[in-house]
Design a protein around this ligand. Structure first.
Ligand code: PLP
Length: 409
């Protein structure tokens, strides 16, 4: 019986250019973004300029995390305590967490079988809640029809903030993800598309929002040192009104990240090659449904999802356990208790309880897998063979007690 022995959590090392630049920052000791020698431009300011150029956004702010970027975006938009904020029911905990951090109320929207936000339900929940803000999570890199979504939100007067934690380098109809909403948030945490341990970006074309975000992040009166920010005049009228909610990025992380921007497109190609091998290996597996990827979507497949529709919980549990015994680490979003990152909307008890039958149906059979770039194509093919085999075995099994799969080969 075949077994996989690789690690699902091992990312690639930091590129040598990033290591060198990081060591230079450590040697001079000016890690704080506003601590610069005469004539020096901080790594953080350069990173912002370069990331803005990569996405095509006018303004960019580097911050301490993706979660911070989301909270900062909502604050910049003037979201206050008690205000309803629409968001995906299927997302990760930092998304509703960013809403809750402001004392605002997450209002969850149903999920389609393609793991995107359901636009009919979005209109319904917008009407019911009166919310004028959507924190749109491109969860696991699946993009909704962005033209239809923006047309709907514009018609309803809803401002869209994009959570691009899984879509850095992705596009819809050729337009980069993050360029549709009024603001976009990115993460550079280790498991995302660029790795600085922790970190994030906020981008926008709106000078007022950009200035508010810079002040919020803790710029004191040093905002003229930013390069991908609006000119100082824009700050003058608001600089004493916007509170400092410190969440800056530092020059060490910026140094690690700068060389990774130019690697994003190559990483996308390599991730998608792994994804396509998985897709081919699993195509036509009875009982297993792959998510369909629309032609307009340029995705970055840093993870892989499939559905086991209408499988009983016992059957899914047995399947996940048997794959784990063969070295294939899968996460199940339908488990009654959250495991690792798989908590779902009903586990977030700080939010108002909401019935979401369609999302429940999708998540009950949703399997999620990391696809680190340390895997090769033969690894992806082997993983797909194991999954295919186990789907076949478990789908037909009458006895679902998980048999001891021999650990040695
Ligand atoms: C990781 C993640 C975030 C937040 O990023 P952090 O940098 O970890 O705070 C937001 N949304 C999604 C969907 C994520 O996966």
């Amino acid at each position: 019986m075949e077994r996989f022995t690789g690690s699902f959590t091992q990312q690639e090392p930091i590129p040598e250019a990033g290591i060198e630049a990081a060591i230079a920052v450590l040697r001079h000791g000016r890690l704080h973004r506003y601590n610069t020698a005469p004539g020096e431009i901080a790594e953080t300011a350069l990173l912002e300029e370069e990331f803005a150029a990569y996405t095509g956004a006018k303004f960019c702010l580097a911050v301490a995390s993706g979660g911070y970027a989301m909270g900062c975006a909502l604050r910049a938009l003037g979201v206050v305590a008690g205000q309803p904020v629409l968001t995906n029911a299927f997302t990760l905990a930092p998304v509703p967490g960013a809403i809750a951090a402001l004392g605002a109320r997450p209002v969850f929207v149903e999920t389609t079988a393609n793991l995107t936000i359901d636009l009919d339900n979005l209109a319904e929940m917008a009407a019911k809640s009166g919310s004028k803000i959507l924190m749109l999570s491109h969860m696991r890199g699946h993009l909704a029809d962005m033209h239809a979504l923006m047309a709907l939100c514009n018609r309803l007067g809803i401002k869209v903030v994009e959570d691009c934690a899984h879509t850095m380098g992705a596009a819809w109809d050729g337009i980069p993800s993050g360029r549709f909403g009024v603001m976009a948030c990115y993460s550079t945490q280790t498991y995302k598309h660029m790795n600085s341990g922790e970190g994030g970006f906020l981008t926008t074309d709106d000078p007022q929002l950009a200035a508010r975000a810079v002040l919020l992040s803790g710029s004191y009166m040093l905002y003229p040192r930013h390069r991908a920010a609006p000119p100082p005049e824009v700050f003058e009228t608001i600089r004493l009104d916007v509170p400092n909610v410190s969440g800056r990025m530092d020059n060490l992380r910026a140094a690690i990240l700068r060389p990774q921007i130019a690697m994003l497109d190559d990483r996308r190609a390599r991730w998608n090659a792994l994804y396509q091998v998985m897709e081919q290996g699993l195509a036509g597996t009875e009982g297993l449904v792959l998510t369909s990827r629309p032609a307009a979507e340029t995705y970055v497949a840093s993870s892989f999802q499939f559905l086991l529709p209408d499988w009983s919980a016992d059957r899914v549990r047995a399947f996940v356990a048997r794959c784990a015994a063969r070295g294939v680490e899968l996460k199940w979003f339908g488990a009654p208790e959250p495991v690792a990152f798989t908590s779902r909307y009903e586990h977030w008890r700080y939010a108002d309880p909401q019935p979401l039958p369609q999302t429940d149906r999708v998540l009950a059979g949703l399997i999620d897998m990391r696809l680190p770039l340390t895997f090769g194509l033969t690894d992806a093919a082997l993983i797909a063979r194991i999954i295919r085999d186990e789907v076949g075995q478990v789908a037909q099994a009458n006895d679902l007690t998980v048999e001891a799969v021999p650990l040695a080969d």
